[in-house]
Design a protein around this ligand. Structure first.
Ligand code: SF4
Length: 375
């Protein structure tokens, strides 16, 4: 079991909060980018050593900007170079302004069977300061278009902790997505990343971010509403109806292997992690000239232990002590810290598996970092 992630480094415009790798001026080299990605897929045919690729994920950037032919070329190359079972999960991130009857048919025709839609907010004022390319109206109609095209496996992204987003407005956003009758929702708290336009806006006092209490209140409400409506809270930011959990992301959290294609994409094969150059033109040039286009880090036992702690504690299936022990000896301070977290009711233990309580999930990063082993 393994995954392929394809990073499409193009966007129509730059969202103020975003620090992902992408370019907004790509028309004069988009063909070369697809050629380079196809070459990279062919050159990495041995990376997953014969494992079945049960998930393919087009992320970005904005994969919904690709034409049918461009998508087909990438999918065709993956299919020719890897073993893809007939029930593979094939996801594509789509922005509401790119969704129409024709694009939906195009995506289906190349095998896409799951759409991840970046809605973020239903408040036009938010979409404006975020510099999103879509409008509130497009966010409201796109899910109906997708369902009418016969795609049921849909997830949407929503953001909380936005400046000036009241608890009532947040409640209505969550209720709106519940009303779409979709099987999966991801919700992320707005974070202010370095060197983004949002960071400058905050520094200059143009927007005031939500405080921690407001963020926690919105997260708590989100969990409550989604649990009441039949979603399982299976990872801190992810909620799914039974059978609709993201297979691709679940593979990451379980430590399965994946191959990343495209500029800035990461790959992992159990013993090392590598990452491609995060520059479109340099990526294309390196591939055309047969030069190195990625860096590689061999993971130490401590790296693997810490990653297992971080990902395991984020999921409802939890952190297996047996899996940790198979990586390296679990130090005594780890157990002492766990007892402390259990006394605070942030963590629970059952049959050798540690999970976070609802209270603990609000502090997941702090708890995980306290349990890390030092290199
Ligand atoms: S569309 Fe997505 S990747 Fe592109 S700038 Fe906006 S948030 Fe970033």
């Amino acid at each position: 079991m393994a995954g392929v992630y394809v990073h499409i480094p193009f966007c129509k415009q730059k969202c103020t909060y975003c620090d992902f790798h992408f370019s907004t001026s790509f028309e004069n080299y988009r063909q070369k980018m697809i050629d380079a990605m196809v070459s990279e897929i062919e050159s990495q045919v041995d990376y997953l050593v014969g494992k079945e690729v049960n998930t393919i994920y087009f992320g970005g950037g904005t994969p919904s900007l690709l034409t049918r032919i461009e998508l087909y070329r990438i999918m065709d190359s993956i299919s020719k170079n890897f073993t893809i079972p007939h029930d593979a999960e094939i996801s594509l991130e789509a922005n509401p302004d790119d969704i129409d009857a024709q694009t939906l048919e195009d995506w289906k025709s190349v095998g896409v069977n799951r759409l991840s839609v970046g809605l973020q907010s239903f408040k036009q004022e938010d979409l404006d300061w975020m510099n999103r390319a879509h409008s509130r109206d497009e966010a409201l109609v796109c899910i109906d278009l997708i369902q009418s095209a016969g795609i049921e496996n849909i997830t949407v992204d929503l953001m909380y902790g936005l400046p000036n987003l009241s608890i009532d407005e947040w409640k209505s956003h969550v209720q709106t997505v519940i009303g779409f009758n979709i099987p999966h929702i991801s919700a992320y708290c707005l974070t202010i990343e370095d060197k983004t336009a949002l960071e400058t806006m905050v520094r200059r006092g143009k927007v005031v971010p939500a405080n921690e209490d407001q963020q926690s209140e919105q997260f708590e409400l989100l969990v409550e509403l989604l649990l009441e409506n039949g979603f399982e809270h299976y990872e801190i930011s992810n909620f799914g109806k039974k059978g609709f959990e993201s297979k691709h992301n679940s593979n990451y959290w379980k430590g399965e292997w994946y191959l990343g294609i495209g500029p800035s994409a990461h790959s992992f094969n159990g013993i090392s992690r590598s990452w491609n150059i995060a520059n479109n033109k340099q990526y294309i040039k390196a591939i055309e000239k047969g030069q190195e286009f990625s860096e590689l880090e061999v993971l130490t036992k401590e790296d693997r232990f810490n990653e297992c702690v971080l990902t395991g504690l984020r999921t409802s299936s939890g952190l297996s002590l047996e899996r940790l022990q198979s990586i390296t000896d679990v130090p005594s301070e780890f157990h002492t810290n766990c007892e402390d977290f259990m006394a605070k009711k942030w963590m629970q233990s059952r049959e050798g598996v540690l999970t976070l309580t609802r209270e603990g999930r609000l502090r997941a990063d702090y708890i995980a970092s306290a349990l890390f082993v030092l290199k």
